[in-house]
Write a protein that binds this ligand. Sequence first.
Ligand code: SF4
Length: 371
Amino acid sequence: MKYLDEYRDPAICQRLIHAIRREVTQRRTIMEVCGGQTHGLLSHGIDELLQNHVALIHGPGCPVCVTPIEAIDLAIAISQRPGVMVASFGDMMRVPGSQNSLLGARSNGADVRMVYSPLDAVTLAQQFPNRQVVFFAVGFETTTPATALAVQQAAKRGLTNFSVLVAHVRVQPAMENIMQHKDCGVEGFLAAGHVCTVNGYESYHTFAETYKVPVVVTGFEPVDLLTGILECIRLIEAGTPRVVNCYERSACARGNRHAARIVDEVYEPCDRSWRGMGVIPGGGFRLRDAWRHFDAEGRFIREPVSIVTPTACRSGEVLMGRIKPTQCECFGAACTPETPLGAPMVSSEGACAAYYRYARSRVPQNETTAR
Ligand code: SF4
């Protein structure tokens, strides 16, 4: 299949693996930022093939995983208000809050619906004029344009029964947070190709310069991933912390200007809490003042929602790359995809789910971001 087979060609993969093994002078530590890349690396066994040459550390790029417990508790609290319908993506439904999930709230009688697009939630608001429809807006820069567009569409259609609970996050501040840890040993990053397709990668130049690490914009198929790793190794070995785009078929330096303009019209950066990582300065988006009347939290929440933080789940350490999922005591025992204790075991992009699916039997290895 065009645009797929050529990026899964075994002969090309073999050549890239040999090149990586040949060119690396000592075992290097590279973080892949995106959960989709983590699943690609594990499902094709790339991490195992390179384990003596490259430590691949899994980063925080799973949007569902990093959505904080308090945001899920807020969504559940809103869903319990009379006359309210909460809509969200399917992945969010089973993610545990402090005491329940949205799916659990639905079992208890709340009107919670799964949608495939934020615009579906706008359509629901039109179909049910007597209900307040709240879209739970989670995700990275890849999903913010669609939720910004939904807000603009709701305004155009004059819908007063539509609002958004915004929990959007931004990738680069999280990468900065990881690099600012004093014992961080990450030597290079594979940046998420789809985020760069929307956002561009110009801002990574300052990041690479500041933290002295190369950033390689990388796709998701085996040839993409191995090409990104090889380029990253070459930059590390040469001591040239530059930004290189290895996903040219989709990403360009300035990104999608149309999407960026829509996001900028509706949202502004803000400090945001990430699950397990705490508040990250500039780590999220919020509605600009001109759109604040679409803010579900302001519309429905009058008192703070109390949160009980579960202690067993080590998702924060997994998301920071400080432990592998298999090093969590609950992995595969108390915590499985059927009985998840944390978001990384639920999400289709979660690192714990990836290990459970592809690498459950592996002996835990002590590969972390820490030196
Ligand atoms: S295995 Fe489960 S409990 Fe452990 S960090 Fe992952 S999601 Fe949390």
